[in-house]
Design a protein around this ligand. Structure first.
Ligand SMILES: Cc1cc2nc3c(=O)[nH]c(=O)nc-3n(C[C@H](O)[C@H](O)[C@H](O)COP(=O)(O)OP(=O)(O)OC[C@H]3O[C@@H](n4cnc5c(N)ncnc54)[C@H](O)[C@@H]3O)c2cc1C
Length: 420
């Protein structure tokens, strides 16, 4: 039996503690907040999209960074295993659109309560208000890398342990306690850190007209993200205009790829553009026919008054302005060339991305402890014996849909059950 300290009482930490305790170890779970699972509580708008019920290949497809690293973690403790654990501990689940799994009650607190029950049953010692300040290690003659010996808390108290699992999360929504402490611990012990950046985050744009559309949500549109000729992302769904740019599900997913854009020569990157296809169900020819028909019906109207069938009212003045066609022009005076160009604008409404919103608005953090310094079969550090990592602190991230929490559950479980 080993003494195991788990730092961070979020999704990954609670799971790591349960797994280590189930294997017979003496486990302390140290959380700096006044309660466990503060971020978990706000997930899924308070409903907690705990995982995704899809097949394994879909789980892997939805991981944006370092999916191969997750092979042992996902196969060792998959979405079914998580669902079984929650249900056995009194949290019945349901599957919604897109295989998203939620508690039947629609309360994230029930997921937390189920995990707490499992922690109690396995006699995990939970210390709240317990911020860890330092990981203690010692050099040993017979091994090449230092060995973990325990942790020191901010109140100077020390806990000795043969294994320490760092589950401190990233730096997004820092009010929940995820303030990047794990990066400092890891760096101090010689691990590489991939520069953290906000992800699953709204995007800011150069075009000021987005502000005029604030609150307008577009359904059934396509969004393409391009850097020069390279397509970074493309999908179909829903998006939203805001006072600074764009948000909504499509934009959040696209933001994962904004972080992967390449810097060009001399570090100057080509700008990243978004192109919204407002009528993805029609190709250019079909759209032109539709425009011809609409224009025929409104031939004596002014251009600005002829677009009611095509766009939501708020969008019309913007589309008119961007078309370069005079708003007062009679529809029957619009030339073929103008109409074709207008069709192209509808199929490819351009926006220039100037940046992301901050970590405070980012659902997850890209980057973190480099997976090159971690053994994917155990989550143990390659640089310190007895030190493990799990969850968002690692350089792993996924799309929305329950996939980020599944990363936390799977890596947490693997780390906890790998302790010898
Ligand atoms: C608004 C929002 C909604 C989300 N919704 C979903 C969703 O529905 N589905 C989904 O899959 N993902 C969702 N996510 C992402 C998901 O919440 C995270 O990926 C996941 O919580 C990461 O778990 P973790 O345990 O690695 O880190 P965290 O949950 O961040 O936990 C880290 C814990 O470590 C503690 N800690 C940090 N430093 C120390 C220290 N020095 N000493 C002691 N304790 C420390 C922190 O207080 C914190 O409790 C959402 C995220 C946000 C912000």
């Amino acid at each position: 039996m080993s003494r195991v300290v788990v730092i961070g009482g979020g999704a990954a930490g609670m799971m790591a503690a349960i797994a280590a305790a189930e294997n017979g170890h003496k486990v302390w779970l140290l959380e700096k907040n006044e309660k466990l699972g503060k971020k978990l509580f706000i997930t899924g708008k308070g409903r907690c999209n705990a995982t995704n019920g899809a097949d394994m290949d879909v789980l892997f497809e939805n991981v944006c960074t370092n999916s191969k690293f997750l092979y042992s973690a996902f196969y060792g403790f998959d979405n079914r295993a998580l669902m079984e654990l929650l249900e056995q501990n009194g949290c019945p689940l349901k599957v919604e659109r897109g295989d998203r799994v939620f508690p039947v009650s629609d309360h994230s607190s029930d997921v937390i309560a189920a995990l707490q029950r499992a922690l109690r049953q396995n006699h995990v010692e939970i210390l709240l208000h317990a911020p860890v300040e330092k990981i203690c290690t010692e050099e040993k003659e017979d091994i090449e890398v230092p060995q973990v010996t325990g942790v020191r808390l901010q109140n100077r108290e020390q806990i000795e342990a043969e294994a320490v699992i760092i589950c401190t999360g990233g730096v997004s929504y820092p009010g929940t306690g995820s303030t990047g402490d794990g990066y400092l611990f890891a760096r101090e012990l010689g691990h590489r850190i991939v520069e953290p950046a906000p992800s699953l985050v709204p995007l800011e744009t150069e075009e000021s007209w987005c502000k005029e559309l604030m609150g307008l949500s577009l359904r059934n549109v396509s969004l393409r993200m391009m850097q020069g000729k390279k397509e970074l992302y493309s999908d179909f769904g829903e998006m939203l205009f805001t006072h600074f740019g764009v948000s909504g599900p499509l934009v959040l997913s696209a933001s994962c790829h904004y972080g992967r854009r390449k810097a060009g020569k001399e570090g100057v990157a080509e700008p990243v553009k978004l192109y919204i296809d407002l009528k993805p169900a029609l190709d250019e020819e079909q759209l032109d026919k539709r425009l011809l028909r609409d224009f025929e019906e409104a031939k004596n109207k002014q251009f600005k008054n002829a677009l009611g069938g095509l766009f939501p009212a708020k969008l019309i003045p913007i589309m008119v302005q961007l078309s370069g066609i005079s708003p007062d022009k009679k529809v029957n005076e619009i030339t073929r060339q103008e109409r074709v160009a207008f069709g192209r604008l509808i199929k490819s409404l351009p926006l220039t991305v100037t940046g992301t919103r901050s970590f405070a608005e980012a659902i997850i953090t890209r980057g973190g402890v480099s997976v090159k310094d971690v053994n994917p079969s155990t989550m143990e550090s390659k640089r310190v014996k007895g030190l493990y990592f799990a969850g968002e602190v690692l350089d792993l991230d996924a799309y929305t849909g329950g996939f980020n929490l599944q990363i936390a559950w799977s890596t947490g479980h693997l780390a906890g059950s790998s302790v010898k």
